[in-house]
Design a protein around this ligand. Structure first.
Ligand code: UDP
Length: 478
């Protein structure tokens, strides 16, 4: 699949990491740029070709094209067939996958040398792409897939290590915000040295060689952190989100690149249509999290006890634990989607009044854009930082009170149904506090939508980036 770019037309290549939470926003971004007449090209690997092709087809744009890199031989990767598919990659050993992806260096070099795009936007998990772009004099922009708040907190924790100066996992320390955190809320690599720390080092080296950063956020949502971040990295950061708002069309919202939806969306919408406005809680933990049967049972009990209507997305593996009568007992009140849900479509339905989320950055932004308050349940990675932003900074969420998974060997700490029921009640219930939270969430949704609309801050930032790449290629390529 390909589209010829007219001369003088800006050509941007996008190279996402293959996990759904990374591919989805990168594709949305490619669509946003294509909507501004940029010739957008997405670099993918074989297992994602079909999904990405259908996503592009739905975008109905002849400004987006696809280039596929050949995979290294299984002899060199030790990985099973299809390891690069967005549905599989997050469940495989991280180090093995990174070793395999780095073998794409030579094919990428050939591809970029042949096409000479004006810019490469590549994922933070592909640090070696900075070297390739540098060798060819092509400006590379990093896409972290995180918000400014998380980027600032991460920088602070890595550089100043306040977490090393506390005597217990529950003693608080301050991170920029200022916001209090404890060691128990940090992802494992920030508490002890793991293989992931070496990747972090590589990412920082690559940052130095990159021209700047594109961030999926909007300035108004985290202004002080946007400014602080550009100061600490000493590079330009363009704020172009929330990119999930790239298309208001229904089809786009139904099927995003991660998977095929596992539910008839017409039936799902009809079910939501039968509910009162803001009465339904949407529950989803992203594309990677797999809870134990014990935890799934507690969620089922908590949702049942809450007495609220809900749509709960359960990964295909977890279906047995929740089927013990919940579907029957909550007949008419609960809808269980086994597999992949049309998340953006559901969140934007007027019946949805709350979102129980694992705080993946895409989910947070999609919740913000839909104007719904959240119950926060972070598990790993930047999710605890996103929870801080949602609960303490933006004040549009209530935490369920989960303990973050620690180093390997840690016992899983099950969040009990009572905690879940209480947090759901705070978010979905009545009372001044809940009303104020709802109003703030609604206003923030309007702010986010304005940002990507004509003349909005993210729309203007995109324009500035395009101008810079267009008008000053020599400076950019230095
Ligand atoms: N998603 C979806 N349907 C699902 C589960 C996830 O559409 O059933 C999408 C969701 O809308 C978001 C992405 O998958 O765009 C998940 O990204 P996020 O950063 O929230 O979490 P991750 O999966 O990376 O942990």
């Amino acid at each position: 699949m390909g589209s010829e770019a007219a001369p003088n037309r800006l050509r941007i290549f996008f190279f996402p990491y293959m996990a759904a939470g990374h591919m989805i926003p990168m594709l949305d971004m490619a669509k946003l740029f294509a909507g501004r007449r940029v010739a957008s090209t997405i670099i993918i690997t074989p297992s994602n070709t079909a999904l990405v092709t259908s996503t592009i087809r739905r975008a109905n744009s002849n400004s987006i094209s696809l280039l596929c890199l050949p995979l290294p031989s299984p002899v060199h990767t030790g990985l099973p067939d299809g390891w690069d598919s967005s549905a599989s990659i997050g469940h495989l050993d991280f180090q093995t996958v990174h070793h395999a992806i780095a073998l794409l260096r030579r094919p990428l070099h050939h591809l970029l040398a042949d096409h000479q795009p004006d810019c490469l936007i590549s994922d933070m998990f592909l640090p070696w792409t900075a070297d390739v772009a540098h060798e060819l004099g092509i400006p590379r922009l990093i896409f972290h897939g995180m918000g400014f708040f998380s980027l600032c907190v991460l920088h602070h924790l890595e550089h100043y290590r306040p977490q090393d100066n506390v005597s217990s996992d529950d003693e608080p320390f301050i991170v920029p915000g200022p916001v209090e955190m404890t060691r128990s809320q940090l992802p494992a690599p920030l508490k002890s040295n793991t293989d992931f720390n070496r990747l972090l080092e590589r990412m920082h080296e690559a940052e130095a060689k990159s021209y700047g950063v594109v961030v999926n956020s909007c300035y108004e949502m985290e202004p002080q952190y946007a400014e602080h971040y550009t100061k600490i990295i000493g590079k330009k950061a363009w704020c172009v989100g929330p990119v999930s708002l790239c298309s208001e069309s229904g089809t786009h919202k139904v099927e995003r690149v991660g998977e095929r939806v596992s539910v008839d969306h017409g039936g799902c919408l009809a079910w939501l249509d039968s509910k009162k406005p803001e009465s339904v809680l949407y529950v989803c933990f992203g594309s990677l999290i797999q809870f134990t049967a014990a935890q799934l049972r507690e969620i089922a009990l908590g949702l049942e006890a809450s007495g609220r209507a809900f749509v709960w997305v359960v990964s295909a593996e977890g279906t047995e634990a929740v089927s013990e009568g919940l579907q029957e007992r909550s007949e008419g009140r609960g809808m269980i989607i086994r597999g992949w849900a049309p998340q953006v479509l559901i969140l934007n339905h007027e019946a949805v009044g709350g979102f129980l989320t694992h705080c993946g950055w895409n989910s947070v932004l999609e919740g913000v854009s839909a104007g719904v308050p959240m119950v926060t349940w972070p598990i790993f990675s930047d999710q605890p930082f996103n929870e801080k932003l949602v609960v303490d900074v933006l004040e549009i969420g209530v935490r369920v009170g989960a303990r973050i998974a620690g180093e390997e060997g840690d016992q899983e700490v099950v969040v009990k149904s009572e905690k879940i029921e209480r947090a759901v009640d705070w978010v979905m219930g009545s009372g001044e506090e809940a009303d104020r939270r709802r109003t703030r969430a609604r206003r923030l949704g309007e702010v986010a939508r304005r940002a990507v609309g004509e003349g909005g801050s993210s729309c203007k930032d995109m324009g500035r980036l395009m101008e810079e790449l267009m008008l000053a290629p020599e400076r950019v390529r230095e």
